[in-house]
Design a protein around this ligand. Structure first.
Ligand code: SAM
Ligand code: SF4
Length: 465
């Protein structure tokens, strides 16, 4: 039994050992593993190194094919959309890869006041967003965590015509148990935090000063969050700092630890790759840069290893990488993003930003492309508002029952977007895709979806089940 002070006991040595024992590429063994993955029960530690080592193009195609199949079985063709909302770039830490780090004197620093924040939310609502992730550096104005809590209240409180933000996820520095309880009470969706690297020595090199220099404080963060009653947590690593194979196995260990301890693993996993950040030599040439080929491989393996965990891809990635990644198992993407506080109000895309983006397209363009390529862009925020979080969500997700909610919710929220925000070209593309999706659905889910879409067409808003 774990005590309150216990944390995730990361066993680096066992990961190194697993990575050392990779056998020569054995097609029969790899196909056995892919067949196992298609049972959608996940994969074990020892299963990952042979998959990570695949070089043969035919076997690689089979890996991608298996990932696509598992994704289709569990998520169908839905892709959830969100945007980051940077409230402050003040930071006392010294992460070598980040433009917000304290010693970067060139950066224009800013913490939005509540009126500025409300204006940002207005801009996001104008675009059509319903789901945000609130992001900040680790140094708040004098109010400390109260600043974040007030910001969350502000975000939920902004109204713009028919619209409001319906789910606020947060990505802020680790808290203690008492503060995590306060964050839980602010009705956040997911609490997200990336370990950056699970490799202790690299972590120490990359985080030389500030509170973030404490590797163990960060490592135990999700245990504290879940102990405090936050059901949905999102983990991840910043790819490029250390060997991606090591990070992938460590993420698996972390997920398994949370599942064993709390009866529910992470709600999402993110896999940001390092992008160029102003004044950061490390970000210009990451020590273990991950190639596009390896990046696709790691997404596909994650999809097979943790089939029921959402996988998030941000606008750090270029459109062509995002297109391919969607086929391999990504379930949520950001769109129309800015990574500076006040960025949605401003025209200067890079000023005060945390890193530069790979995808500059608007939300409307992304919705159009998703529709044209057969995906249903979804603005659904139903689960957490219906109390389907943590283990309750997983209990529905695992037997596939969650789909009966997701498809209708995706279509109803997309209809809302089309009526209130879309360009003519996007509306046209999405209508064709929606008709096809409905035609391919079976009753009673199709009837439910049609009914919900028609209610939205008749003027009702925020229709969900
Ligand atoms: N400041 C808090 C922290 O570091 O945990 C929370 C938010 S931080 C602004 C969000 C994430 O941005 C970090 O966890 C890191 O993974 C990512 N990040 C930082 N610099 C980056 C870069 N140059 N390229 C891509 N992602 C970066
Ligand atoms: Fe600060 Fe977070 Fe950037 Fe590190 S990654 S410098 S903690 S904002």
């Amino acid at each position: 039994m774990h005590g309150l002070s216990e944390t995730f006991p990361l066993d680096e040595a066992s990961i190194h050992l697993a990575l050392e024992k990779v056998p020569a590429e054995d097609p029969a063994r790899i196909r056995e593993l892919l067949a196992k993955a298609r049972a959608m029960q996940g994969l074990d530690d020892g299963d990952l190194p042979p998959l990570m080592a695949i070089q043969n193009p035919d076997l690689l195609s089979e890996l991608f094919e298996a990932a696509r199949w598992v994704k289709d079985q569990i998520y169908g063709n839905r892709i959830v959309l969100f945007a980051p909302l940077y409230v402050s770039n003040l930071c006392a830490n010294e992460c070598l890869y980040c433009a917000f780090r304290a010693s970067n004197r060139g950066l224009t620093r800013r913490a939005l006041d509540q009126a500025e924040l409300a204006a940002e939310v207005g801009r996001l609502l104008e675009q059509g967003h319903k789901r945000l992730v609130l992001v900040a550096g680790e140094a708040y104005p004098k109010e400390g965590l109260d600043y974040i809590l007030e910001s969350i209240r502000t975000v939920y409180g902004v109204r713009h015509g028919n619209d409001n933000i319906r789910r606020v996820n947060v990505n802020i520095a680790p808290l203690d148990l008492a503060d995590f309880r306060r964050l839980r009470d602010a009705e956040i969706g997911t609490y997200q935090l990336f370990q950056e690297t699970y490799h202790r020595e690299t972590y120490a090199q990359m985080h030389p000063r500030g509170l973030k220099a404490d590797f163990d404080w960060r490592l135990g963060c999700m245990d504290r969050a879940m102990l405090a009653g936050i059901d949905d947590v999102g983990i991840g690593a910043l790819f490029g700092l250390y060997d991606w194979r090591f990070e992938l196995l460590a993420i698996m260990h972390h997920a398994r630890h949370l599942e064993e301890r709390f009866g529910c693993g992470p709600h999402t996993i993110s896999m940001p790759r390092i992008e160029p950040a102003e004044g950061s030599a490390t970000s210009d040439s990451p020590p273990h840069a991950v190639t596009d080929g390896d990046f696709k491989k790691l997404i596909a393996i994650l999809r097979l290893a943790v089939p029921y965990t959402g996988l998030i891809l941000s606008t750090r990635e270029r459109p062509e990488v995002r297109r391919e990644a969607l086929q391999l198992g990504i379930s949520q993407i950001s769109a129309g993003s800015r990574t500076s506080p006040g960025g949605y109000e401003e025209t200067d895309l890079e000023g005060g930003a945390q890193f530069s983006l790979g995808d500059h397209r608007s939300l409307d363009e992304v919705v159009r492309e998703l529709s044209e390529t057969g995906f249903i862009p979804s603005f659904c925020t139903s689960c957490y508002r219906m109390g389907r979080t943590g283990a309750d969500f997983m209990d529905l997700a695992k037997p596939g029952e969650i789909k009966a909610h997701c498809q209708p919710n995706a279509l109803a929220t997309l209809q809302e977007y089309l009526d209130d925000h879309a360009s003519d070209a996007t509306r046209h593309a999405a209508k064709l895709m929606m008709a096809e999706s409905l035609a391919g659905m079976e009753d009673p889910v199709r009837r439910l979806a049609e009914g919900m879409v028609n209610r939205v067409k008749d003027g009702e808003r925020d229709v969900f089940c």
